[in-house]
Design a protein around this ligand. Sequence first.
Ligand code: NAD
Length: 481
Amino acid sequence: MNSAHTLQKKHRYITPQQHITKDTILLRALLQKNREFFETGKTRDVVFRITQLKMLKTAIKANRDIILKTLWDDLKKPPSEAYAAEIGLVNHEIEYAIAHVKRWVKGRKAGTPRSLSPAKSMIMPEPYGMVLIIGPWNYPFQLILAPLVGAIAAGNTAVLKPSELAPHSSQALADMIGSTFDREYISVVQGGIDTAQDILGEKFDYLFFTGGAKTGKIIMSAAAQHLTPVTLELGGKSPVIVDRSASIDLAAKKIVWGKFINTGQTCLAPDYLLVHRDVKDALLDRIKQYIREFYGENPKLSKHYGRIISQKHFHRLSRILRSGSRVIGGRTDESQLYIEPTVIDNVTMSQPIMQEEIFGPILPVMTFKSLENAASIVNSMPKPLALYLFTGSKESREYMIRNTSSGGVCVNDVVIHIGNYHLPFGGVGESGMGAYHGRTGFETFSHMKSVMIKPQNRDIPKRYPPHSKTGSIFRRTSSKG
Ligand code: NAD
């Protein structure tokens, strides 16, 4: 580990004006270098960007085993699951950006109204400058590196702040980035909330945050002090709705997979189940069967089932477990931060389980009589990151898509739409603002500048005062003025 990449709060110097720590001084020096690097103009060269993306890809490949090991150390993440979600997804983003960034940097032609003709109009992307990417602990590589792909492709320099709750992964990320990139170009700052707040006190040109809604508000108000634009990738309660026409067996299989990967600690995991009352028993039966098939009679012994990130989250989830009646699972072991895949029936909207994002391996179940009824339950809560619907009916599908609001919708599957880099990924309302992945990631980290180019010797004399008494100055147009 290059210690210059790690700023830890050890020495605090207090002046009458403000708290200045040694880390603040180091941080400011780092940011100054980062800004100077941007000002050299190197990152504006698209070949430079492609080279850096290729270097990132090579570094990920070389660090594959370390990445998988640290994910196991932090989260007991099964390697095949970790590979797909943390490495595979990022690799696809990198490859797609390498293949398309030359086209993206050219920008887009835009029209020109006749009244302003002749002119050429276009939308030209330009890098913001120095960007800050703050990540959570649940997918500690993917949620820092996937935004970084957009930031590099768009020509920015970057400071990365991974989560302190996944310390092994955070360290491995710092090592990998430190040995791959000039630290003036991309660097990792490790630390907890204090460190995050120190960083947020400084001015960045763009701020990209993934985490909880409560922290999102803090991030946004810090950004407001510098009028820094933000993307907030937050969470929420994503419903999974199973209607009468759904293929029940496959719905159960996919729901079990999406709910319990990463032990339910996935922003996109189905948070709660809304099932048509006529098919509830059949669905719960199949869910029980698939839990057993995937994780065995005792999931605690399964190599394919992880653990809760911290004691704090274990206790939070244990409290949530007291809602309703357990129909599947429910066993816990604090010494291992283990919570069994659990399904809870007979919940009500006023219980804690339906009042907060669960972010753990607990699936509450509610029934509905009609899709209108299901939509009104969804709409009574803050807008979620995703809405999942299992149905064989086109009308049901159209109805739910048109009558609910969510960051995204995935019909007859869960979670996997995150891997489609042709689709923007992001939330709405309390699940976030802004989006990324693929071209959207490039545009998120670019200022999309409007450019209008007029021929130098043409003019519209009528726009200059003194004006005639009649009508708009632009009413009659002439390319010769
Ligand atoms: P968190 O908000 O607690 O922490 C995220 C980051 O913010 C960490 O790096 C942390 O150090 C920093 N942070 C925490 N408190 C801070 C404060 N007061 N001031 C400044 N920085 C602070 O989130 P988490 O527990 O790491 O992650 C879980 C949440 O993230 C869930 O709500 C989940 O839904 C959401 N999430 C969203 C996505 C998405 O893509 N939309 C992906 C993963 C997780």
